[in-house]
Design a protein around this ligand. Structure first.
Ligand code: UDP
Ligand code: MG
Length: 319
């Protein structure tokens, strides 16, 4: 019988300090799995340091290592999406390059996969070495996402997970371009299983997720999984009408009973104008977020551009 194959997808952005260590740790675990064949797919997400050089070097010595290199930085989600398109295995594992998600857990996850689970997603019990700010923003992110979105996205999960081939095929065939993977993997259903683990400290280097990228991820997550913000616009409209009626009543009462002798109507006019201008701008902003995404999707531009592929043969995928 042919061995089952495990595919690892590892995105890298400016990871020259961790690339070698990452390969070694992962390779050690995978080569120890006698029951399985394996492949490791590294995606160089447009790093301009030595990351690609290191990966090319590894790939020249180990043919199980495949490399995809982007023409520029397209972001973590795009990198993982590109990797998923190239996998040839039966079980696919998405893991960060910085070893925050210990590769030593892979055999255990495979055991649960053999038992019939189709998506085994890592759930962080603790997160070592991350700033209070990062922890707080991550918490807010999942809170807001779940409050607003139409699918339950498990909190404290990142992209570290083992996914069955069947589910990867489904996600690969999704028509949308900007894929918010952890949401999609939850949205598709199938047999899901949380897998609790201790998130480690980054092996070396700094986080590649500055606040700006996190905010982008958060808004992608919310907007691709929810239309509630649009409904919020409606609610704001009703609220503003109610408030304007109250202002009107107040104005009438003060006029009839001559409660004050400020130049008539000035305050209420200004209040009304500024208030409604605010409501309108806010509404337009929310709508423009959606329209922006619709525009993006209709352009049908690729989510990423591949500059180079190493050790990847098209025939492999046919099998
Ligand atoms: N990453 C990427 N492209 C980016 C940002 C990050 O491929 O634009 C990769 C990065 O190399 C790492 C993973 O995504 O393997 C997670 O990033 P990081 O560890 O910096 O995020 P954090 O763990 O701090 O949330
Ligand atoms: Mg990390």
């Amino acid at each position: 019988m042919e061995k089952k194959k495990v595919s690892l997808v590892i995105p890298m952005y400016y990871e020259e300090e961790v690339a070698n260590e990452c390969y070694e740790r992962v390779q050690k675990i995978l080569s120890g799995l006698e029951k399985y064949d394996y492949e490791i797919i590294f995606i160089n997400d447009g790093s301009k340091d030595k990351t690609l050089e290191i990966l090319e070097n590894i790939a020249s010595k180990d043919e199980k290592v495949k490399v995809i290199s982007f023409s520029r930085n397209f972001g973590h989600q795009a990198a993982v999406t590109a990797g998923l398109k190239e996998v040839t295995g039966d079980a696919i594992i998405i893991i960060d390059a910085d070893l925050q998600d210990p590769p030593e857990l892979i055999p255990d996850m495979l055991k649960y996969w053999e038992e019939g689970n189709e998506v085994i997603y890592g759930k962080r019990k603790t997160r070592k070495g991350e700033s209070a700010f990062k922890l707080f923003t991550a918490k807010m992110f999942y809170k807001t996402l779940n409050a607003l979105s139409d699918v339950e996205i498990p909190k404290d999960t990142g992209d570290f997970r083992l996914v069955d081939r069947k589910v990867v095929d489904v996600v690969n065939n999704m028509p949308e371009h900007n894929k918010f993977l952890r949401g999609l993997f939850s949205w598709v259903g199938f047999k899901q299983m949380p897998y609790e683990y201790e998130r480690q400290e980054r092996f070396a280097g700094k986080t590649k997720y500055p606040l700006k990228k996190m905010l982008k991820l958060a808004s992608d997550g919310i907007i691709s999984f929810s239309t509630k913000p649009l409904k919020l616009v409606g609610a704001l409209g009703i609220l503003s009408i109610v408030i304007s009626i109250l202002i009107l009543i107040y104005a009438l009462i003060s006029y009839i009973f001559k409660l004050n002798n400020l130049s008539a109507g000035w305050t209420s006019t200004i209040v009304a104008i500024t208030f409604f201008a605010g409501v309108q701008l806010l509404s337009i902003w929310i709508m423009s977020e959606y329209i922006g995404r619709i525009y993006d999707e209709t352009k049908r531009r690729p989510q990423y551009i591949i500059d180079k592929k190493i050790n990847i043969k098209e025939e492999d995928k046919e099998k």
